[in-house]
Design a protein around this ligand. Structure first.
Ligand code: 2RA
Length: 329
């Protein structure tokens, strides 16, 4: 197996290598791919050293599988070209997620949609992945009518430069600003670009991707995505109205029984999910389960996960492992 990791020098690309190693994903050859700026540099994987190449050179090496996390423009241009030479692509960018013929997959939720012929597979947005992990079993049981979502997203989701800005601000260094405003000791209701409807692309990802993954275009969804000076993961406050009533104890059991989910919900003993605890973990943590007493059939919950792991790298690696287990690689 020849495996390419495209965007290998970025926060997610580096995390992909960590997770692939941790999951024992053995390869005959690793093909680390980045821009000309990084070409020639060395990358270590499973005790061997590999030289970073540019996408064109990687294509000529005919990889069997490529994990992409290099931005939408790179995926838009290169993913089809890798697929044309028989390389399966798992793409972490937003480029292909809403394309009709492209599967958008969280393995624990909808791996069943995958087939042997899928050559480009989209990894959902981090804030979508952690949310649908918790909502999918509840949707199956009680059928979701409407979602009101507020996210508190780690600065790591913006990338290394934004993390550097936050750390510089903490040291009193006002250099290399990525954001138009201070990040540290601030909350920015601005994740990705603003659209004509007043929402950001990040907020519309939650709307559109959730409906696609849950295969239900009737779900009403509104979202506010906020960037916070935190590095352990994304947190989300979800208010969900179902078509049918529910029992809190049954909800807790449903979530507890889900692979990859951890219920942390004992608020009187200060037990609830926090990004500081989700950091470097692959599970999705859920807590603060409580009925919304202002509206029938409505539940509040709090969801936390490491956006670089289950929100990106781990989900992509889990898709790759699924393809391998099916013999499609
Ligand atoms: C963010 N969801 O957090 C995106 C991933 N880069 O900005």
């Amino acid at each position: 197996m020849k495996l390419a990791v495209v965007g290998v020098t970025g926060l997610v690309g580096r995390k992909m290598l960590e997770v692939l190693d941790a999951y024992g994903f053995t390869v005959d050859e690793l093909i680390p791919v980045a821009s000309a700026r990084s070409a020639g540099q060395k990358v270590e994987y499973m005790g061997a050293s590999y030289t970073i190449v540019e996408p064109e050179q990687a294509l000529n090496l005919k990889p069997d599988l490529a994990l992409f996390s290099a931005g939408g423009d790179v995926s838009k241009h290169w993913a089809p070209r890798f697929a044309e030479v028989g390389c399966k692509v798992i793409d972490n960018s937003s480029a292909w997620r809403m394309h009709n013929d492209i599967k958008l997959v969280v393995p624990e939720v909808n791996a069943n949609v995958l087939g042997a012929d899928d050559m480009i597979i989209a990894n959902p947005n981090c804030s979508t992945i952690q949310m649908v992990m918790a909502l999918a079993p509840l949707h199956s049981k009680y059928k979701i009518k409407r979602l009101v979502i507020s996210t508190y997203q780690s600065i790591t989701g913006t990338g290394k430069d934004a993390v550097d800005q936050m750390n510089n601000e903490r040291k009193g260094i006002a250099a290399n600003k990525v954001y138009p405003h201070k990040i540290d000791q601030n909350c920015l209701p601005h994740c990705d670009e603003f659209l004509d409807n007043g929402y950001t692309k990040e907020e519309m990802k939650l709307v559109n991707e959730t409906r696609k993954i849950l295969s239900d275009q009737t779900i009403g969804i509104t979202a506010t995505a906020v960037r916070v000076p935190v590095t352990g993961g994304h947190a989300e406050s979800i208010n969900v109205t179902f078509h049918n009533d529910f029992d809190i104890a049954e909800i807790r059991e449903l979530l507890n029984n889900e692979t990859g989910m951890v219920v942390e919900d004992d608020p009187f003993n200060n037990v609830y999910p926090m990004p500081i605890n989700s950091h470097e973990r692959d599970e999705v943590f859920v807590g603060r389960l409580r009925r919304d007493e202002s509206l029938p059939n409505t539940l509040n919950l709090w969801i936390v996960a490491d956006n670089l792991r289950k929100g990106a790298a781990t989900n992509a690696v889990q898709i790759a492992m699924h393809l391998k287990q099916k013999g499609w690689l």
